[in-house]
Design a protein around this ligand. Structure first.
Ligand SMILES: [Zn+2]
Length: 226
């Protein structure tokens, strides 16, 4: 029962995050205005906005105009619910929620805001406060980030285009602080593998959001580390 409540709480927070990003992109006030259908502009009521449940009950369609509701809304609510139901460490819940928000930005506009990205840094540092004090930890972290940078520069030279965005690079460098050496490479490998799997059969030249793959790999690694 506790997990069901936590799932619901997480999905409510994720629904707010999704709405906030959606309205910011459309330059609308996200705190003091009613939610409306993006197709028919009909005001949405409580029964239309119960996270996950309304979407499933309405079969993914608007109650008023019957047009398709954005799938991303449902996926983000489910992801938020899972974060709260599956993780118990508050630092992990906060970092995963920030990653969810960054993923939504990346999916929407292929860019992540610096403020949210740098908000992640103190959260990760606090969560690892006991193990990041050593000199060796920082030397290894600098080495891993250098290898990542060299990898991106080399692949950029070979393919004659930027292979990883600046935001993705900073994000990975920050997340590396959560793990030991081997796990950092596992995070990078799993993110790339998931992205390659997703890209299979799709147009290769189009830019695609990489942050969601990093976020999923990070979530998997946290569970594997228990
Ligand atoms: Zn509608």
């Amino acid at each position: 029962m506790k997990r069901v409540f936590l799932f619901f709480l997480g999905s409510v927070i994720a629904s707010f995050l999704h709405n906030r990003i959606d309205r910011k992109i459309r330059k609308q006030n996200y705190l003091f205005s009613f939610s409306r259908c993006s197709h028919c502009n009909h005001r949405l009521y409580f029964k239309d906005m119960i996270p996950c449940i309304s979407y499933l009950f309405l079969k993914g369609k608007c109650r008023y105009c019957k047009k398709q509701i954005d799938h991303l809304c449902f996926y983000s609510e489910t992801a938020g619910g899972l974060i709260f139901a599956l993780y118990s460490d508050p630092w992990q819940i906060i970092s995963l929620s920030i990653l969810l928000s960054l993923s939504l930005w990346d999916i929407r506009i292929q860019k992540i805001p610096d403020q949210e990205l740098f908000l992640l840094l103190p959260v990760i540092l606090f969560s690892r406060i006991d193990s990041i004090r050593g000199f060796r930890f920082w030397i290894e972290w600098i080495e891993t980030v250098s290898v990542l940078l060299l990898f991106v520069i080399m692949t950029g030279r070979i393919y004659r285009k930027q292979t990883m965005g600046e935001g993705d690079l900073i994000l990975l460098s920050v997340l590396f602080l959560s793990f030991e050496l081997r796990e950092r490479f596992f995070l990078l490998e799993l993110s790339c593998l998931l992205a390659l799997f997703w890209l299979f059969g799709k147009e290769k030249d189009k830019p695609f959001p990489f942050v969601p793959f990093i976020a999923v790999s990070y979530a998997v690694l946290l569970i594997a580390n228990r």
